[in-house]
Structure formats: structure tokens, C-alpha cells
Design a binder for this molecule. Structure first.
Ligand SMILES: [Cu+2]
Length: 245
């Protein structure tokens, strides 16, 4: 009889399965992207920067980086609707923004509210990080000189903002776009235009595609309880602002 009770107790323990799906896809650019501009000439204003590229290829802007198969790099993809009322702890890993060769690396990135951002200067020259919040932003402005190779103490952002702009007050070609969201479901496209957002709770969402030059585009998506859903998006030539054509 005691044995029978034991069997019943074991079978009553239901396996708890955490259900989550993956959103993945590719962002493409259709048409002819505007040509990039050279930064090499501007870099001559600081001989320290010019010297860091003396033997390298010409330094170009990276506005419309389209790969051989049409993939568009530097698109920030994140969920914009469907997570209302949910709270997510920030990841323990920090995000690193480096200033290397007088360029921000990476110059487009995502971060969660409350997550640590470490701003590094890998150059032996002065950079001045200037954070410029948008007009309605609650994130504070920041302006800090980094005169030599160093890290700033980890900083966090309290409010979502896409994008929060960073610029260097010393080098007019240096811009970065810090994209702050209050959940962990985001990614930035790589050189093939690919992105992947894992561990998304099943449900209906809006996914938005942000590019620094073109308008943000929302797309509806349903995430299954398990497995993947593919979402592809194409920016076209007519979405390029007239000033860039
Ligand atoms: Cu700089």
C-alpha cells in the first residue's frame, strides 16, 4: 500500500515546460543604395586618427551596407507591441561600446534598460562622448572627455529610446546609435542582413525594423509555442530620404 502511494506521488509531479519560440529572418535592400562617403579626408584634422589608418583601406561611412546577396547590415530589430505589462530583468552581461581607430564600434547596438554599458577608449587620443537625448526623452544628456586609453564606469539607462544618439565632440564623423528597450527581445542585423531573437514567449507581436536613415517599419508576427517563425523585411530605394539620393 505504501508503495502505491509513492507511485501516485511521482506521477502527480507534472513536468513544467517553458515554452518559447525564435523569431529569425533577413533584412534586405532592393535597388541601388546611395554611395558611402569617405571619412579619410576628415580624419586628417586629427593626426592621431589619420595615423591609425595610415596603412589601411580608405575609411568610409557605413550608412547603407548591403551585402552581395542584398542583406542590409545595421538594422535594429525589436518587439514594439505585445509585451505590455511584463517585466524582464536586465542581463548580467554588459554591452561594450569601443572607440577604436577614431570610430565607434559597434556604431549601432541594442541594450536593455538597467543593463550595464561600458564605454571604452582604445585610442591614445582624446575622444569626447556626448549623449544627445531626443526632444521628449527622459534619459539625461552626458558629455565626458576620455583623454587616453580608458573605460568609463558602467552606466545604465532608465528609459527606452530608439535611438539614443552618441557623438564625439572632437571628431565630427563619429556617431553611434544606442537603442534602448525594456525587454531582451532585440537584435542588430549582421553583414548578411540576418537577425535572430530567441526565447520569445508564444504570442502575437509587432516587430519593428529600425535603420538610422530610413523610417521604422512595423510588421505583425505570431510566435509559436516551440520552434521558429521567419520574418523577412525589405527596404527599397524609394524609402531612402531625398537628401541621400
Ligand atoms: Cu572622437
Amino acid at each position: 500500500m505504501r508503495h502505491l502511494f509513492a507511485i501516485c506521488a511521482v506521477s502527480a509531479l507534472m513536468a513544467i515546460t517553458v515554452q518559447a519560440g525564435t523569431i529569425k529572418g533577413k533584412v534586405s535592400f532592393e535597388g541601388t543604395p546611395p554611395p558611402e562617403k569617405s571619412i579619410t579626408e576628415a580624419m586628417k584634422s586629427d593626426p592621431n586618427c589619420a595615423a591609425l589608418h595610415a596603412n589601411g583601406p580608405e575609411v568610409m561611412t557605413e550608412h547603407y551596407v548591403v551585402g552581395e546577396d542584398g542583406g542590409l547590415k545595421w538594422v535594429f530589430v525589436r518587439i514594439t507591441e505585445g509585451l505590455e505589462g511584463q517585466k524582464f530583468d536586465p542581463p548580467k552581461e554588459s554591452v561594450l561600446l569601443d572607440q577604436e581607430g577614431c570610430l565607434y564600434k559597434p556604431h549601432v547596438f541594442g541594450i536593455q534598460t538597467g543593463q550595464d554599458l561600458i564605454i571604452r577608449n582604445s585610442d591614445a587620443t582624446l575622444h569626447n562622448v556626448h549623449i544627445i537625448p531626443g526632444r521628449d526623452s527622459k534619459n539625461p544628456e552626458m558629455n565626458k572627455g576620455m583623454p587616453f586609453k580608458m573605460d568609463l564606469p558602467p552606466m545604465q539607462f532608465e528609459y527606452p529610446e530608439v535611438p539614443l544618439r552618441f557623438k564625439c565632440d572632437v571628431h565630427r564623423w563619429m556617431f553611434a546609435y544606442c537603442n534602448i528597450v525594456d525587454h531582451p527581445f532585440f537584435d542588430t542585423t549582421d553583414e548578411t542582413g540576418s537577425f535572430e531573437i530567441k526565447d520569445v514567449p508564444p504570442g502575437d507581436y509587432t516587430l519593428s525594423f529600425w535603420h538610422k536613415k530610413m523610417q521604422d517599419h512595423p510588421v505583425k508576427v505570431t510566435v509559436p509555442a516551440e520552434g521558429e517563425v521567419e520574418v523577412n523585411f525589405t527596404f527599397t530605394e524609394d524609402m531612402v530620404p531625398s537628401r541621400d539620393r
